[in-house]
Design a protein around this ligand. Structure first.
Ligand code: ZN
Length: 281
């Protein structure tokens, strides 16, 4: 199932994508797509006649596919080739940091550079969404706690992240720095989480190319590992790290400027498009 939300910010409605790629509204059957829904989505949707759901006209705003995200956890340096371009050692344990949930926007909303930002950067990533509370879970049991996968752009202000006295969170949680979606693809629809292509184009030029077969720590390892330090609840997101090709790794480095356009995608998980603007005023 591909679950999504659409409509103006603050008035989003739940929906799904049908087999023909059309958006169909679920508002007659459930209030929203959030943690409580993700904990029991298959029961809730089991009796619904998809072909009978109202079609949503094309061109509506697509929102982030999960409402009320409690935690937005990220894994750093999880592709060996990205660690190399960042000039950092391959970590012996997963690096965990948090993205403020106030950074969350829809997949095609504008990204606004903070007023003092000079080193904002892009990071296409595979995100997973928790569907069942996970606390001290084993690797073997970890994926039973995952509802599905999403595409994430882990926008990062490198000066704030690396030159402002720590920690990484300073550069990760700026408003508009957390687009995810367009859909949450439930895990049963993903053939192989360890073989998903990721890509990101900046102004039409391919800058990031990767595949989840290059993850240092795979999804079960990540869910199990994070659950040793905090409980994970339905609707929480873990973004699993970025492949090479970020602006910080270019020679010379390249950072986002007003007017830039980022387009990114993951096989089977849809695509995003963000226009970069300066924070107004
Ligand atoms: Zn990242």
């Amino acid at each position: 199932m591909k679950l999504l939300r659409y409509g103006p910010r603050g008035a989003e409605r739940p929906a799904l994508l049908d087999a023909e790629g059309r958006i169909r509204c679920l508002a007659g059957h459930l209030a929203d797509i959030d943690g409580p829904l993700l904990a029991r989505w298959s029961d809730v949707l089991a009796g619904i006649d998809i072909a009978g759901l109202p079609l949503v006209p094309a061109g509506v705003r697509i929102a982030e596919p999960v409402a009320g995200v409690g935690k937005f956890v990220c894994i750093g340096l999880n592709y060996s080739d990205h660690a190399a371009e960042a000039g950092m050692a391959v970590p012996s344990e997963p690096i965990i940091f948090m993205k403020a949930t106030s950074s969350i926007i829809g997949p095609n909303d504008d990204v606004l550079l903070p007023p003092a930002s000079v080193k904002s950067d892009w990071e296409v990533e595979l995100g997973l969404v928790i569907g069942r509370t996970a606390r001290y879970v084993s690797k073997d049991d970890a994926m039973d706690h995952v509802a599905g996968l999403v595409l994430v752009n882990d926008l990062s202000e490198r000066e704030y992240q690396l030159e402002r006295g720590g920690q990484w969170d300073k550069g990760k949680g700026c408003d508009t720095f957390g687009p995810f979606g367009p859909w949450l693809v439930t895990l049963d629809e993903v053939a192989d989480v360890n073989n998903l292509d990721l890509w990101l184009d900046l102004n039409g030029e391919r800058v990031q190319t990767g595949n989840t077969d290059k993850l240092i720590f795979d999804l079960p390892t990540i869910v199990s590992y994070v659950s040793q330090f905090m409980s994970l609840h339905p609707g929480d997101i873990i973004s699993t790290g970025t492949p090479p090709g970020v602006g910080m790794g270019m020679k010379p480095p390249r950072f986002l400027a007003e007017g830039d356009v980022m387009e990114l995608g993951i096989s089977g998980l849809g695509r995003q498009r963000q226009v970069v603007k300066r924070w107004p005023g």
